[in-house]
Ligand binder design. Structure first.
Ligand SMILES: Cc1cc2nc3c(=O)[nH]c(=O)nc-3n(C[C@H](O)[C@H](O)[C@H](O)COP(=O)(O)OP(=O)(O)OC[C@H]3O[C@@H](n4cnc5c(N)ncnc54)[C@H](O)[C@@H]3O)c2cc1C
Length: 424
């Protein structure tokens, strides 16, 4: 592969994926134009309100064998951790079918896990380096992450998952009840067992982190266009400009990193990617009276429970619904219910608190892998979207792949599993 001379690269979207890509592209000596209609990492972005988890062990896709049996329950129980809005079902059915088919055998899961691991494994080290460069090293916490269970028997129901992690070399330690009480004195007595990811971490405040990365990119010479990208001008097979609602932005290359806004842009670049929103929610309880020793994930709620500078954040829930359907704030209240159940001694304190409720869009493909790679209509356009539940984790490795593709270098690992062409 021949290295490219200095190019002007338009990065569409300033969430965590676009920002990490921008910095990596600059590192290769190219000029960056950031196209984003809102504040980088603002409330509109999934990168603002997520569970903050940086887990090298986030290798499992959501769709696993046997999931199809649970679909009727997802349709019927409006308070479960995974719900499908009836009125949006016709538009989601095709995606849902592909989602179930993608996880119908353990051989498929193993292939998916093998493709996810290179995107996850160095997340904490890479984010720590970026945060250092951006002057905000304190935003990356490296205290590990703890999965909490009712008991060892419940942990063993996930033994296959943990065996896959161990086989890849992910380090974890098991925590018996006494140790769990010592580490997390306010955790309710219902949780009596834990598995600690020793190399896990957290972004203390993802919104502030995105702002710091955007400032760093600007400081290093990026320009900012406050506009919404609407399409591409491609002539004789080469990209000439990104079209926006404020006019064209001339460039040699473009990166589609617009989160849930990427689907329409990808289609214009020749790829019909089945991308939907797995909507998620968070609540933040200010002054909660507890500072967690590490980020938690309770086995029954599967949400991130983390201490942030703004308070105790619980982020999770999966709601399949169209992007424009109004939020269902009962889902945020379910998270609050978990906060009370996990920290019973503090439940009263939570009652009077002024809770911040947020809903955001996980940009999700049906097979648990993002789209990274050259677009079909023009290789000057590079996809970088579809990271679903793990975009914060996978952003630095995605950025390295994108920069290598733009720079004409051999990528640091095989990008073929992430090609948009897998969707035909
Ligand atoms: C409740 C919840 C919990 C989560 N927990 C975690 C976690 O613990 N760890 C983890 O790794 N991941 C987690 N995630 C997932 C993670 O947040 C996302 O995968 C990630 O933020 C996606 O980043 P992104 O940059 O692709 O998209 P976004 O952060 O959504 O950013 C996209 C940006 O593109 C802009 N944009 C959109 N359309 C256009 C356009 N046409 N032109 C220009 N700009 C445009 C938007 O304004 C936005 O700023 C969670 C998500 C949710 C919802």
């Amino acid at each position: 592969m021949a290295r490219e001379a200095s190019q002007t690269v338009a990065v569409i979207g300033a969430g965590i994926i676009g920002l990490c890509a921008a910095l990596e592209i600059q590192r290769c000596g190219h000029r960056v134009v950031l196209i984003e209609p809102e504040e980088p990492g603002g409330r509109q972005a999934a990168s603002y309100g997520n569970g903050t988890w940086l887990s090298p062990a986030s290798i499992m896709p959501i769709s696993v064998p046997g999931l199809w049996r649970k679909v009727p329950g997802f349709l019927l129980d409006p308070t479960g951790p995974f719900v499908i809005r009836w009125r949006d079902l016709p538009g989601l059915a095709g995606w849902l079918l592909r989602f179930i088919l993608a996880g119908r055998s353990w051989a498929q899961i193993e292939a998916c896990v093998a493709a996810r691991y290179p995107l996850c494994k160095d997340t904490v080290t890479d984010h720590a380096a970026l945060a250092g460069e951006a002057g905000v090293p304190q935003l990356i916490r490296r205290e590990g992450l703890i999965f909490v269970y009712r008991d060892r028997t419940e942990f063993l129901t996930e033994a296959r998952e943990w065996e896959m992690r161990a086989a890849l070399g992910v380090r974890f330690s098991l925590i018996e009840e006494d140790e769990l009480r010592r580490l997390l004195p306010q955790l309710g007595a219902a949780y009596r067992f834990g598995a600690r990811l020793d190399d896990g971490g957290q972004v203390a405040d993802p919104g502030a982190y995105c702002r710091a990365l955007a400032e760093l990119a600007l400081h290093r010479g990026a320009t900012r266009v406050t506009a919404r990208a609407t399409g591409f001008t491609i002539t004789s097979g080469r990209l000439r400009a990104v079209e926006t609602d404020r006019g064209p932005v001339a460039c040699d290359r473009a990166v589609i990193a617009a989160g849930i806004g990427s689907r329409d842009l990808a289609r214009q670049a020749g790829d019909a990617v089945p991308l939907i929103s797995e909507r998620g929610y968070h609540v933040v309880i200010p002054d909660p009276g507890v500072e967690l020793a590490a980020g938690l994930m309770p086995s029954d709620g599967k949400m991130g429970v983390v201490s942030t500078p703004q308070g105790l954040r619980l982020a999770g829930q999966v709601e399949l619904a169209s992007v424009s359907t109004p939020p269902d704030w009962r889902r945020a209240d379910i998270l609050l219910g978990f906060a009370r159940a996990m920290f019973p001694a503090l439940a009263e304190r939570f009652e009077g608190a002024e809770i911040d409720r947020w809903m955001g869009h996980r940009p999700s493909t049906p097979d648990g892998l993002p789209c990274i790679g050259a677009a079909s209509a023009c290789p000057d356009v590079v996809h970088a979207f579809g990271h679903a539940h793990t975009g914060l984790i996978q952003a630095p490795a995605t950025a390295k792949l994108v920069a290598a593709l733009i720079d004409g270098r051999i990528p640091p690992f095989d990008p073929s599993p992430y090609s948009a062409k897998r969707f035909g």
